[in-house]
Design a protein around this ligand. Structure first.
Ligand SMILES: Cc1cc2nc3c(=O)[nH]c(=O)nc-3n(C[C@H](O)[C@H](O)[C@H](O)COP(=O)(O)OP(=O)(O)OC[C@H]3O[C@@H](n4cnc5c(N)ncnc54)[C@H](O)[C@@H]3O)c2cc1C
Length: 448
């Protein structure tokens, strides 16, 4: 049995790694010269900049992976204050309570709002088709809770719009609590003892450390191999691949697509036109990532914490910032501070696409106002545009998920963030489960 995996982002790399551990032959094809996909760390002068993910959650799989890859010494844990997250409220930052329970004991909400939140336990559960994150929170907790606690996280995690993201897809755990315990609050209380807050970490040399280390272990990784065509013959997948000065065609029993939906859609348009059309519908909004550095002495409200989220009703320029130098050491010089700011996403795509000087100026002006920065201009600024950032778990993703599930019978699998959940930890978890699923298919495929 041979497995073709297309795409060496974290999903494809993790899948190849776990298949290799199980002794299953595979070929992992990556179009570019480098691995990691969305995970992109760039060193510019003395600044360590993350264009994609900034940090990871320390899940059991990730802990094991770090140990197996012997990366313990490279791990950099987030500073103790990383738990402090802020939300923009009436033009200035207010600290978010660190857990759902402390939300009720803190003065973040008025008594009236807290009373409404507590009433959630009396709201009957309802399974509503295509219910969005915003509708779910409105229904169960009332509007204030949604606007200032959960909704700002949606642009933060998905570059997404809570009015469009589906609760079942974007926050499945909360929906499960409602359906299982009759109320989210009741569920949280029931599961209180099993709730462990995962630690946040990165690596001294940035996030790229992880994909590079996985790649270093793989025996069948082919970079600069762009898959250009997929056909089927007698139940097998024929993969045609362009590499520098060469063009190869190989046959495989199983095929795993570990690439963004819009790229996978192109490859499947003749072989599986239905799935291809459904994947084409998955929306990836544009998102700009802007890094800005100031002298610490020029920043009146020096950032201490993970960062801040900007709810849409505050009409801010950016959707939020990670206060990178406050979370991890070594991101800039000791006398400086580094902000990583996100602009655009589903709620305001046009802002991500604005002219670069305007984008940089907009970020500088907003940071200056929010942090009391006296410098006329930053020491350094850098912008990176994701034309297609993060897949939206909205109503358009449903068809692709359903069709992809059905096609597993045909030996076609998906391992990508539009299937597994968007966090790096989700991608790794899903890849590991898929490797075991493929392993179970081994006797069947060998006998066919
Ligand atoms: C701005 C931003 C911030 C984020 N922040 C966080 C965060 O802080 N924490 C977190 O956990 N997650 C974060 N994420 C999400 C996370 O980074 C991604 O969901 C995850 O890295 C996606 O991995 P993937 O392997 O599924 O896909 P990708 O990373 O998209 O990898 C796909 C790979 O396929 C390759 N490919 C494409 N076409 C072909 C072809 N025809 N042939 C061969 N190869 C091909 C591509 O070159 C690429 O390497 C962030 C994402 C973005 C964009």
């Amino acid at each position: 049995m041979r497995v073709a995996i297309i795409g060496a982002g974290i999903s494809g790399l993790a899948l190849a790694y776990y298949l290799q551990k199980l002794g299953i032959p595979y070929d992992l094809f990556e179009a570019t010269t480098h691995v990691g996909g969305n995970i992109r760390t760039v060193k510019v002068h003395e600044y360590l900049l993350e264009m994609g993910p900034n940090s990871l959650q320390s899940t059991p799989e990730l802990k094991d992976l770090v140990r197996e890859l012997k990366l313990e010494r490279e791990v950099m844990h987030a500073a103790p204050e990383h738990d402090h997250r802020y939300v923009l409220r009436a033009g200035s930052y207010t600290r978010l309570p660190s857990s759902p329970f402390s939300l009720l004991s803190s003065d973040f909400f008025s008594w009236k709002s807290k009373y409404r939140i507590l009433k959630e336990k009396d709201v009957p559960p309802a399974d509503i088709d295509y219910e969005t994150v915003a509708q779910f929170f409105e229904r169960r907790f009332g509007g204030k809770m949604a606007a200032y606690t959960v909704s700002p996280f949606m642009p933060g995690i998905y570059a997404g719009d809570p009015e469009k993201l589906l609760i079942k897809k974007a926050l499945p755990r909360l929906k499960e609590l409602e359906m299982r315990y009759g109320s989210v609050l009741k569920g949280l209380v029931q599961q209180k003892n099993s709730y462990v807050r995962q630690k946040t970490f990165s690596f001294a040399k940035g996030m790229r450390t992880l994909p590079k280390a996985i790649a270093g272990k793989l025996i069948s990784l082919h970079t600069e191999h762009r898959v250009e065509m997929i056909t089927r013959s007698q139940g097998k997948y024929i993969i045609s691949c362009a590499s520098p000065g060469d063009y190869d065609t190989e046959e495989y029993n199983l095929l795993v697509l570990a690439l963004p939906a819009y790229q996978a859609a192109e490859l499947l348009q003749y072989t599986f036109p239905g799935l291809s059309a459904a994947m084409q519908n998955i929306h990836y909004p544009p998102l700009a990532v802007v890094h800005t550095v100031y002298n610490r002495k020029d920043v009146t409200h020096s950032p201490k914490g993970f960062g801040a989220l900007h709810p849409q009703l505050e009409s801010a320029f950016a959707t939020g910032s990670v206060w990178s130098s406050s979370v991890f050491d070594g991101r800039c010089r000791p006398h400086e501070v580094l902000f990583t700011t996100f602009v655009g996403g589903s709620q305001s795509p046009e802002k991500a696409l604005m002219e670069r000087p305007k984008l940089l100026q907009g970020v500088h002006e907003e940071l200056s106002a929010l942090h009391g920065i006296s410098a006329d201009k930053p020491n350094f600024q850098h912008a990176y545009l994701w034309k297609h950032s993060i897949p939206q778990y909205d109503m358009h993703i449903e068809d692709a998920h359903t069709m992809a599930k059905d096609l597993e019978q045909e030996g076609l699998f998906i391992a990508a963030n539009w299937q597994s959940g968007v966090s790096v930890a989700n991608c790794i978890h899903y890849a590991k489960e898929l490797a075991h699923k493929i392993n179970l298919k081994r006797p069947h495929v060998l006998n066919s």
